[in-house]
Design a protein around this ligand. Structure first.
Ligand code: GCO
Ligand code: MG
Length: 416
């Protein structure tokens, strides 16, 4: 019998283009597992939670006891839920699944039930300050093999809009990386301006133009980044109905999920939400009243593989599917975990895929592959991701923040 006691637990911080927090567990016999604990813009809070409070509890525990460890950390803390707690638990849980699958000599998806599909349909991010730039970006994504595309554009009257690439055509010429959400390194967040009425006037025409240019087949998605009031969200859903969206994401702020009843009453545009949720409890009324169509939680922010699989099973009862968050601030470890779940679960919907930078991939060496529009987790035992300490150490942490959002009208802080 091998010795599967957890002998070491390291919290690794690196910044290959953007900041990542990774937990590495090692058993007494030297089997390693990785977990992603990155919370964009609040990274060091999770580092402390892990280093100061979880690592001491993990040493000596049996790495095989995944469910018991999850319950021990979740119920045992007394302080339940919240993004920092759940990212820390997620990292432990993911690392333990990585170890178990390595010990079994299998890729993780085999332990989750095996293949249900050839791969995970991925959507990419097309964006542009105006329509010509947007169309170039869509074409570039189609050339790269994407078979589903998120559409974000500049809004007349606003200098910059979150989610719109700063250099949208870079990928076409291959000159530099096409980056929509660069790490904004600074001591304080950048401030952006927002105007909801201008946005609502502009977006339907954008989708009309994209459908006219690219036809009816291509699945199109859009993210409203929690910025609308319920009645505005209902109106946007209704206005977008002729353009047959795959989904409309995060229409309203995340706390008051009951308002989605109002949105649902008015529109048949499919709804996705949940990238900032932490637990199954956030989804309860949304599932039971069938107010949404897709679950956005990633493994990293919803308590790990154990917890997210439970959320997906619960969703499946209501014909609700997965649509896992996959921005560049979810590390390749978090993305790999999503792909192992994604190929196995019965109710897979779609996977977001922004592509990490080459430097990020040098640190994490992911084994997953993108081909023909599908992402596949690969056949290496475990998660299929290995961490290169030397490259990681060459990219030390430096503070970076998401932008904040103020109304153009009077500078009030606005939702997002
Ligand atoms: C998306 C998300 C991202 C998030 C970012 C936060 O749908 O990809 O909304 O753009 O804002 O990942 O850290
Ligand atoms: Mg989003």
């Amino acid at each position: 019998m091998s010795n599967t006691q957890i002998a070491s637990a390291e919290v690794l911080v690196t910044s290959p283009g953007r900041n990542f927090v990774t937990l590495r567990l090692r058993t007494a016999d030297g089997v390693e597992g990785l977990g992603d604990a990155t919370v964009n813009g609040r990274e060091l809070a999770v580092v402390s939670y892990l280093r100061d409070h979880l690592v001491p509890l993990l040493l000596g525990r049996d790495a095989h006891a995944i469910e018991d460890t999850w319950q021990y950390l979740y119920r045992g803390a007394y302080w339940r839920r919240g993004p920092i707690t759940m990212a820390a638990i997620a990292a432990v849980d993911t690392a333990l699944w990585d170890i178990k699958a390595k010990l079994a000599g299998m890729p993780l998806y085999q332990l989750l039930g095996g293949h249900s599909r050839r791969g995970c349909l991925a959507y990419g991010h097309a964006s542009g300050a105006d329509l010509p730039e947007l169309f170039d970006s869509v074409r570039s994504h189609l050339e790269q093999g994407y078979r589903a595309i998120r559409i974000q554009t500049g809004i007349p009257g606003l200098d910059s809009v979150y989610g719109v690439a700063t250099s949208p055509n870079a990928a076409v010429g291959g000159a530099s990386r096409y980056d929509h959400e660069p790490a904004r390194r600074a001591a304080a967040p950048v401030e952006e301006e927002w105007d909801t009425r201008a946005y609502l006037r502009h977006i339907p025409g954008v989708f009309e133009a994209v459908r006219a240019e690219f036809g009816p087949e291509l699945p199109l998605l859009h993210d409203a980044h929690h910025r609308l009031a319920p009645i505005q969200a209902a109106r946007l859903g209704k206005l977008l109905e002729p353009y047959d969206l795959f989904w409309l994401e995060d229409v309203t702020p995340a706390e008051n999920t009951a308002v989605l009843r109002r949105v649902r009453e008015h529109t048949t545009t499919p709804l996705a939400i949940g990238e900032v949720f932490n637990t199954v409890w956030d989804y309860r009324e949304l599932f039971e009243e069938q107010l949404i169509d897709y679950v956005r939680s990633p493994v990293t922010h919803a308590g790990g593989i154990t917890a997210l699989r439970r959320i997906f099973d619960y969703a499946s009862i209501y014909q609700i599917k997965s649509g896992v968050h996959g921005p560049t601030d979810v590390s390749p470890v978090g993305l790999a975990a999503a792909l192992h779940l994604g190929v196995a679960i019965p109710n897979f919907g779609i996977q977001e895929y922004m592509k990490h930078s080459a430097t990020t991939d040098e640190v994490f060496r992911p084994g997953f592959a993108f081909s023909g529009g599908l992402l596949s987790p690969g056949e290496e035992p475990g998660l299929g991701v290995s961490y290169d300490d030397a490259v990681a150490e060459a990219h030390p942490y430096s503070a970076a923040y998401l932008p904040v959002n103020r109304l153009k009208l009077d500078g009030s802080m606005h939702d997002w």
